[in-house]
Design a protein around this ligand. Structure first.
Ligand code: ADP
Length: 319
């Protein structure tokens, strides 16, 4: 393999730039040429492709977002769109592709691999919802952003003796809510993977109020219910002064943490090695601090699960 491509796709995540940098530098180190596809699969279909040099990825390791841009592209879900993408790759003489993104992007990579074109998936999403890896690029940074917000909200919650509902990202996966809830000392954590009982939340709030704690933090993942609705319900049922804070897109930005930069560097470099070894149709990940790889098609058959032990622990620690 002489020439590879790299793209970022789907929801952006801090650390994607560090992954692109690793792909480019690792490939050039081993004598390959690298092309960046600008704007995910939409850019691929349109042939928005440019050669990347060592300097193209200089000064980006500490930046959030993705310099290669990201997009959602419905056309790439069709055979027509995929064939157009393949044609663009062939025109440029690109023989393998690194796809950095979430599970939707993995489906795109899997589709290309199905035509015999070698692709390797790198997990880049703040949601931490990709099977085959314990951590995805961007999750740790998003958690740190959420924690910094929770800490600030806690100050004002305490001063005014208020209950705060904090809505975090996670339509289908509760990892951000769960991990941030544990690290932020939340009283209750609502995640899509588990049914919640409003009465249990109310009882918990009242119990801690009775033992003298006049302020509380409740974390809700956006996929469970709206923070605003939950806040209203809690205020009605308790009469506690309640406020709602929706963290929104700040969770997707910011300079990546050390953990995400190193994870991105290791995963990006491994993706290039796999292409050099002629192993397409794979997805890289980290398990017990070892870089691993699996068939993308197998990863796509699995569903992400949350760590039940952490969930139990949050309940034990927030009595
Ligand atoms: P993420 O990668 O963050 O999960 P999306 O689900 O939006 O984000 O997927 C990103 C892009 O991947 C889509 O806009 C589309 O171009 C491509 N994609 C998603 N699903 C498929 C599919 N089944 N086949 C081919 N491409 C897909």
């Amino acid at each position: 393999m002489k020439r590879i491509g790299v793209l970022t796709s789907g929801g952006d995540a801090p650390g994607m730039n560090a992954a692109v940098r690793a792909v480019v530098r690792k490939a050039i180190y081993h004598g390959l040429e690298v092309y960046g596809i600008i704007g995910g699969f939409a850019g691929l279909i349109n042939g928005n492709i440019e050669k990347l040099e060592l300097g193209s990825v200089g000064d980006i390791i500490h930046h959030g977002g993705t310099k290669l841009l990201s997009a959602r592209c419905e056309e790439f879900k069709t055979k027509d769109g995929q064939l157009k993408g393949l044609e663009q790759l062939r025109k440029k003489g690109i023989e393998g592709l690194v796809v950095i993104g979430g599970d939707g992007s993995y489906r795109g990579a899997n589709a290309l691999s199905g035509y015999g074109f070698p692709c390797v998936g790198v997990p880049g999403t703040i949601d931490n919802d990709i099977p085959g890896t314990q951590f995805t690029i961007g999750f740790d940074t998003a958690l740190n952003t959420v924690i910094s917000a929770i800490d600030k909200i806690r100050d004002t919650a305490q001063s005014h003796e208020r209950t705060f509902v904090i809505e975090v990202m996670g339509r289908h996966a509760g990892d951000i809510a769960l991990w941030a809830g544990l690290a932020g000392g939340a009283e209750s954590i609502l995640i899509p993977e588990e049914d919640y009982d409003i009465q249990e939340i109310i009882d918990r709030l009242k119990k801690s109020y009775e033992r003298g704690k006049k302020h509380s933090i409740i974390i809700v993942a956006e996929g469970v219910t709206s923070g605003v609705e939950l806040g209203k319900q809690i205020e009605e049922l308790t009469n506690f002064d309640t406020r709602v804070s929706i963290l929104g897109h700040i969770q997707r930005g910011g300079s990546p943490t050390v953990f995400d930069r190193i994870l991105a560097s290791r995963l990006g470099a491994r993706a290039v090695e796999l292409l050099m070894e002629g192993k397409g149709g794979r997805a890289v990940g980290i398990v017990n601090n070892k870089i691993v790889d699996h068939e993308i098609s197998e990863i796509l058959k699995e569903t992400h699960t949350i760590d039940k032990n952490l969930l139990t622990l949050t309940k034990e620690l927030s009595i």
